[in-house]
Design a binder for this molecule. Structure first.
Ligand code: SAH
Ligand code: SF4
Ligand code: F3S
Length: 453
């Protein structure tokens, strides 16, 4: 028997995405699922949408409040158009569950990061039965088996290869919102990469909260580690550039460091979060590595790939962090020399072990430490950019830069370059001479200009 036809069709979808690249990936897959089910169009504003989905992140402070204030805006739209559907997905959805609908009863649907492949069914039920749904189970990454083929039209594609995290750093909510580490089978990953490459991508970034903790089943029924997977992806025809993020120091092997020397497709850039330079704090955080083991990894990486650019995440003001601990962080930054860095003030997250102890570093001290760390890492970033001036570099042209009409691309070590070019160059790797360095990007000029533009 056919379902009763809904009163009006669903034509348009708006997705608002917060958080990490895995959320970006998830949002694009939600769009794929919804397009397949309803043939709808993705729109750029909530005002135009029949379905609004917020894909949330709860990793740092005030995440929940941000979601409620965003929802407040959408409520006004729903007052005017009661048929529209509002859903909250992602990590806040997982964490807060039905509490969201208690506080914001106009939310039709709450779902976690592992259940969005069921979106069309959930939406069908909501429309037919006029109910509200909360769907926060964590099935064994079945979602990947239920998603349509990836649709993609860009130069650079992302593929989630593993989900979740088992590391349980004391400050972090991710193991609770994303669940345990689960890796996709090798053949599924290769098929998704091939599909992206066939649709025109030339660069692939493999994604996971602990991407180098990958342990998936290969076609040989054996367990493959991350390095084995990396070699297999690098061997795919048409792939020009390969990247991955985020890596955990505990999962860095010598073989993986060596891959940077052996695989020409693997770009010389690594984001390797350390969080703190103080052993005392690293132990309190349950990071599973110490300062010296982290520095050893950096040495091994630079031995195999001297030109590698490094970036990291840092937390300042973790409970109990002293001036001396913070000095140790600054010292580690000086010792390593980062091309970029992401620095955060510690904020307690619900349900984490660190939230049970007093958040005892005063706000002013957190602020001043953050400023000091930002000053140092920005100076290092500026120096790293300055060093590129005068060099000839192969740049992958990604898009037209909206503000200036220039073209924008990336160097192998992930720096942004702007240059005068032509949209036809998107997707090509072109040699550029770097002429200037700005605060966060470079300027260059094409070395081999096309005959006639
Ligand atoms: N899986 C990655 C990143 C996880 S979240 C990793 O292991 O490194 C991204 C970053 O957010 C973390 O690296 C950390 O620096 C920061 N972060 C996580 N929880 C935080 C908290 N409670 N307060 C402040 N920063 C936090
Ligand atoms: Fe969070 Fe630590 Fe897991 Fe990274 S490794 S996601 S910081 S628990
Ligand atoms: Fe945020 Fe969840 Fe990613 S908490 S950082 S969206 S895994």
């Amino acid at each position: 028997m056919r379902d009763r036809e809904p009163q009006h069709t669903i034509d348009t979808l708006f997705i608002k995405t917060y958080g990490c690249q895995m959320n970006e990936y998830d949002s694009s897959r939600m769009a794929d699922v919804m397009k397949q089910a309803y043939g709808l169009r993705l729109v750029g504003t909530a005002e135009e949408a029949d379905v609004i989905l917020i894909n949330t992140c709860s990793v740092r402070e005030k995440a929940e409040e941000k979601v409620y204030s965003e929802l407040g805006r959408y409520k006004k739209l729903k007052d005017q158009r009661p048929d529209m559907i509002i859903g909250v997905g992602g990590c806040v959805g997982q964490q807060e569950g039905a509490r969201i609908q208690q506080r914001a009863p106009y939310v039709d649907l709450v779902f976690g990061p592992q259940t969005y492949h069921r979106l069309p069914d959930m939406i069908k039920t909501i429309r037919r039965e006029r109910v509200r749904i909360t769907e926060t189970d964590m099935p064994e990454i079945e979602k990947f088996d239920h998603l349509p083929n990836v649709a993609h039209h860009q130069t650079s594609g992302f593929v989630t290869i593993m989900e979740g995290c088992d590391k349980f750093c004391t400050f972090c909510v991710v193991p609770y919102t994303r669940g345990p580490e689960l890796s996709r089978p090798v053949e599924d990953i290769l098929a998704e990469c091939r599909s992206l490459l066939d649709q025109g991508a030339v660069e692939i970034t493999l994604l996971g909260q602990n991407v180098n903790g990958y342990r998936g089943i290969g076609a040989d029924e054996e367990e493959w580690d991350f390095t084995m997977l990396l070699y297999a992806v690098a061997a795919l025809p048409k792939l020009r550039r390969l990247r991955f993020t985020t890596s955990h120091p505990m999962e860095m092997t010598d073989a993986l460091c060596q891959a940077f020397a052996e695989l020409p497709q693997l770009m010389p850039y690594l984001h390797l979060p350390v969080q703190s330079g103080s052993d005392r704090i690293l132990k309190l955080m349950h990071r599973g590595h110490l300062r010296h083991s982290y520095l050893e990894i950096i040495d091994t990486l630079r031995h195999h790939c001297p030109e590698i650019a490094l970036s990291s995440d840092f937390i300042v003001g973790y409970p109990g962090e002293s001036d001396e601990d913070f000095e140790a962080t600054l010292d580690l930054v000086r010792q390593v020399g980062y091309d970029s860095a992401f620095c955060f003030k510690y904020s307690p997250r619900p349900g984490t072990p660190a939230a049970k102890v007093a958040d005892n570093v005063p706000e002013e001290i957190k602020d001043s430490r953050l400023q000091a760390l930002l000053a140092l890492t920005r100076e290092q970033a500026a120096t790293a950019l300055q060093r590129q001036v005068g060099k000839e570099i192969e740049v992958l042209v990604e898009k037209e830069s909206r503000s200036t009409g220039d073209m924008q691309g990336r160097t192998p070590d992930f720096k942004i370059v702007h240059f005068r070019g032509n949209p036809r160059q998107i997707g090509q790797i072109m040699p550029l001479r770097i002429t200037e360095a700005y605060g966060q990007s470079l300027r260059g000029e094409l070395i081999l200009r096309e005959e006639r533009i």
